[in-house]
Design a protein around this ligand. Sequence first.
Ligand code: ADP
Length: 319
Amino acid sequence: MKKIGVLTSGGDAPGMNAAIRAVVRAGIYRGIEVYGIYHGYRGLITGNIKKLNVSDVGDIVQRGGTILYTARCEEFKTEEGRQKGIEQLKKFGIEGLVVIGGDGSFRGGVKLTELGFPTIGIPGTIDNDIPGTDFTIGFDTALNTIIDAIDKIRDTATSHERRFIVEVMGRGCGDLAMWAGLADGAETIMVPEKKESIDTIVERLNRGLQRGKKHNIILVAEGVGSANDVADAIKARANMDTRVTVLGHVQRGGSPTAFDRVLASRMGSRAVELLLKGEKGKMIAVQNNKIVTHDILNVLTKKHEFNNDLYKLAKELSI
Ligand code: ADP
């Protein structure tokens, strides 16, 4: 294999640039050419492809977002669209591909592998919703952004003796809410993996009030529903006022943490090694701080495992 490609697809995540840099430099270090494919699978179809040199990925390890841009591309879900992509790869002489993205992007990658085109996936999403890996690239940075925001909210919550409801991202996965809740001592954590009734939440709020608690933070994962709905339900049930903050896209941006940069570097380099070994259809993962690989097809049939121990700990410490 002499030429490989790299693309970012689906939702962007801080640390994707560090992964791109690792793929490009690990490839060049091993004597191959690396091509950047811009705007995800859309750029693959249209041939928005450019050879990347060592200096093209200089000064990006610390930057959020993705220099290759990302996109969602419905056309790639069709046989015809994928054939167009394969033709472009052939035109450029690219023989293997690294896809950095979430499970949707991996589905596209699997299809390419099935068409005889070796593809390796790197999990890049702030949601941490990919099975088989302890962490995805971007999760740690988003977590730290959330914690920073909650620390600030807590200051005003304490000053005004208010209850705050904070909605965080994560799609169907409660990891961002749970880890942030544990790290920030939120009084209540609402995640899609564990149901908690409004009655229980109101009881906890009342207990806190009786103990003279000055503030109360309720963290809501977006997979549970909207923070405004939770606020309305609490108002209807207990006539309690709350303040709602929806953190939104600030969670996606910012300079990646050291953890995400290191993870991305390790994963990017391993992806290149795999392609050069003739592997295909694999996802790079981190488990117990070791870089490991799984068959993507296997990953896609599983669900990300929720860490019940951490959830229990968060509850135990927020009595
Ligand atoms: P993420 O990778 O963050 O989960 P999406 O689910 O939006 O994001 O997927 C990103 C892109 O991957 C889609 O826009 C599409 O181009 C491609 N993709 C998703 N699912 C498939 C599929 N079943 N077959 C082929 N391509 C797919």
